[in-house]
Design a protein around this ligand. Structure first.
Ligand code: FES
Length: 241
């Protein structure tokens, strides 16, 4: 069987130029495609919540709004809800004193050493003004529960504090989730809650403070939650350390 004859490009300069041009286009397309893939990996895609922070009722796994009695004072269990985007956990805490009596959490000015800026933390809500929430993503390098978690008053090495076992950052949920010890240079972003006494139900309505770790904007760089009106509480139990 004879093999196809090789084309002699030396005698056909126009054809050679054309093939060179096509080769350059193919290489360019491959480079652009590769760069696009790299950029998409580095920059989170989409801006799904351009309309602002959603208002979401806190519900249990069956979709029923949680009540105050569903929240244990000083619970050592990790209780979280996702907000404002999928996969972004927030602590939900009902804070008490060392006798497990509810403590009223006051609004206060919290400073960010990283930026020098301050923000006003939201007060506690609920019948005892003791229920607060914050991002559960450590502001140092992004560790998540259970490696970062709340130690109830009178327990563990960091009583009454949120401590991240990744590198030792500690935050005070009684003081607007401000920094107690570094290496973090940012407090935890506070989730703003509202409480309806007539129905004994809770909603999350906003975030204040620094931007959630890993984002340039709290409302972009991720996907919206499946529901636009409610977010489910998750109780993943008590960490062992
Ligand atoms: S990620 Fe939490 S202390 Fe480093």
């Amino acid at each position: 069987m004879s093999s196809p004859e090789k084309e002699d490009l030396s005698v056909n300069p126009e054809r050679r130029t054309f093939l060179k041009f096509m080769g350059t286009i193919a290489i360019g397309a491959a480079v652009v495609g590769g760069l696009r893939g790299m950029v998409q990996t580095v920059i989170p895609q989409s801006t799904p919540l351009a309309s602002g922070f959603p208002t979401m009722t806190l519900v249990d796994s069956s979709g029923n709004p949680i009540k105050t009695t569903d929240l244990q004072v000083n619970s050592a269990s990790v209780v979280t809800f996702e907000y404002p985007l999928q996969g972004e956990p927030n602590f939900l805490l009902r804070l008490g004193d060392s006798s497990n009596k509810d403590v009223e959490v006051k609004s206060m000015t919290v400073k960010s050493p990283a930026s020098g800026k301050t923000f006003q933390s939201p007060p506690g809500v609920g019948p005892y003004k003791s229920v607060v929430a914050s991002s559960a993503i450590c502001q140092h390098l992004g560790c998540e529960p259970p490696i970062i978690h709340f130690y109830p008053p009178g327990s563990g090495s960091f009583p009454g504090k949120i401590h991240c076992n990744c590198h030792g950052s500690t935050f005070d949920p009684y003081q607007g989730f401000g920094i107690v010890t570094g290496p973090t240079l940012e407090p935890l972003p506070n989730a703003v809650l509202s409480y309806d006494p007539s129905s004994d139900t809770y909603k999350v309505v906003n975030m204040v403070g620094p931007t959630i770790y890993g984002h340039t904007n709290d409302l972009s760089g991720g996907n919206p939650l499946p529901s636009t009106t409610q977010t489910k509480i998750q109780n993943t139990g008590t960490p062992t350390s």
